[in-house]
Design a protein around this ligand. Structure first.
Ligand code: ADP
Length: 417
């Protein structure tokens, strides 16, 4: 808008100037005729003034960041350095190229993404994607912006939207035209999309299995087992198990979505971990007795307070102690210890002496539906969401989950606040 106003001002100024010149020419011509000079001299004067007006360079429009179509070489150089300074501040990769597709500017982000282009090198010396080169050639020829999706494998796998547009309104065929080739990184969006669709597929699969089993048993009870009360009773027991499994899964899914909703709000209550762990042990006593495990608490004499949400912390430690009892039942003992030295973070470690977890699985344990053995998890009434819930809660509490495991010896899950 400011540019438009300054252009208008300059135009009005120039028109005033031109009219003054013409009036002056008319006045002198009139005087010349009155003073006795002939009409030919008067016409000559008009022609001289008219030529002076027409010979001036035309007005140009200074659109923001545009190439002046009648710029002097100094103007061009200062615009290139202004563009370079502007693009240096961007964290998206940007290349400015000339109409021969040679590199004029490369910002730091582009250097990081594609390696360093020597100034003046052709775009194709580093970017070999035929899609991008075709798009660039088309825009250079037509001066119309274009964009495509572009995937890079090295140095890391990334997906970009590559867009090219001419700088300002460079006139067709101008050999000094510049084009901005910019890259928008959409890798994270793609990853989230993939995770979301994987999650929906996994959740549907997890629900479909018990549902199929329920249907199968209902059909059997209605058909072949219609007159077999013993078989019916057994099938109804299995059906109850499957229905319970489905409701556990739905509960866990709801827990996860509730946690996602408040993931950005840090909890602000002061919670003493010591009595909380006593409560967790009491509530898991029936399960521990069922699998023959002794839960031993090693608690400090005083308090061990952290900023947190009590119910969520109960959920974290119930999950970890329950897993230790279920998967480490062969070890017979689960130790729960708290450390809170002065100036040191509060740490809670849950150790079992079970089979341990192979190192390749450890980094993936907190992924949704990730299980070392699906059959083992199902037989132990697992949903594969327990540790994902734990991780979500701990992230909200700015706490870390550290897993140390040795196959054949057991596993330590440590929560560091
Ligand atoms: P699940 O509902 O299957 O228990 P979790 O998310 O709680 O799901 O745990 C994921 C997987 O991690 C489990 O299926 C199990 O394979 C493994 N796991 C968790 N805790 C232990 C442990 N203490 N010892 C051995 N494996 C464990």
């Amino acid at each position: 808008m400011e540019e438009d106003l300054s252009f208008q001002k300059r135009l009005i100024g120039r028109l005033r100037h031109d009219w003054t010149l013409l009036l002056l020419a008319a006045l002198i011509a009139l005087l010349a005729v009155v003073e006795g000079a002939n009409a030919l001299a008067a016409i000559g004067l008009w022609i001289i003034f008219g030529t002076a007006i027409l010979a001036r360079p035309p007005l140009t429009v200074d659109a923001p960041g545009s190439v002046k179509t009648h710029a002097t070489p100094e103007d061009g150089a200062s615009m290139v350095s202004a563009l370079a300074a502007g693009f240096a501040a961007l964290d998206a990769p940007v290349l400015v190229i000339g109409s021969d597709a040679s590199i004029v500017i490369q910002n730091a982000a582009a250097e990081k993404a594609f390696g360093s282009f020597p100034v003046g090198a052709h775009l194709s010396s580093k970017l070999r994607s035929p899609g991008i080169l075709d798009m660039v050639n088309e825009t250079i020829a037509t001066r119309r912006p274009n964009q495509i999706e572009h995937a890079e494998r090295l140095p890391s796998e990334r997906v970009y939207i590559a867009r090219i547009a001419p700088v300002g309104a460079a006139s067709d065929g101008a050999s000094d035209a510049l084009f901005v080739l910019s890259f928008r990184d959409i890798s994270e969006l793609r990853l989230i999309d993939r995770m979301r669709s994987d999650f929906v597929a996994n959740a549907s699969h997890e629900l479909r299995t018990p549902l199929a089993s329920l249907r199968g048993f209902i059909e059997t009870i209605q058909g072949p087992a219609r007159a077999d009360p013993k078989a019916q009773e057994r099938f109804l027991g299995i059906m109850l198990d499957q229905a319970t499994r489905m409701s556990r899964l739905v509960d866990d899914l709801l827990s996860l979505s509730r946690l996602e909703l408040k993931s950005h709000i840090a909890p602000d209550q002061l919670v003493d971990i010591v009595p909380l762990l006593g409560h967790v042990r009491d509530s898991l006593m029936p399960l521990a007795q069922e699998v023959g495990v002794d839960i031993k608490l090693h608690l400090p004499a005083g308090k061990a307070e952290v900023l947190g949400d009590r119910d969520e912390l109960v959920q974290v430690f119930e999950n970890l102690v329950e897993n230790a009892c279920k998967y480490g039942q062969d070890g017979k003992v689960v130790d729960v210890s708290v450390t809170n030295g002065p100036g040191a973070p509060v740490e809670v470690t849950i150790s079992d002496r079970g089979p341990g977890i192979d190192a390749e699985h450890v980094p993936r344990l907190t992924e949704r539906f990730y299980r070392v053995s699906v059959a083992d998890s199902r037989s132990k009434k697992g949903t594969g969401l327990g540790l994902a819930i734990v991780k979500h809660i701990l992230t909200r509490h700015r706490a870390r989950l550290i897993v140390k495991s040795e196959v054949g010896k057991g596993t330590d899950f440590t929560v560091r606040f």
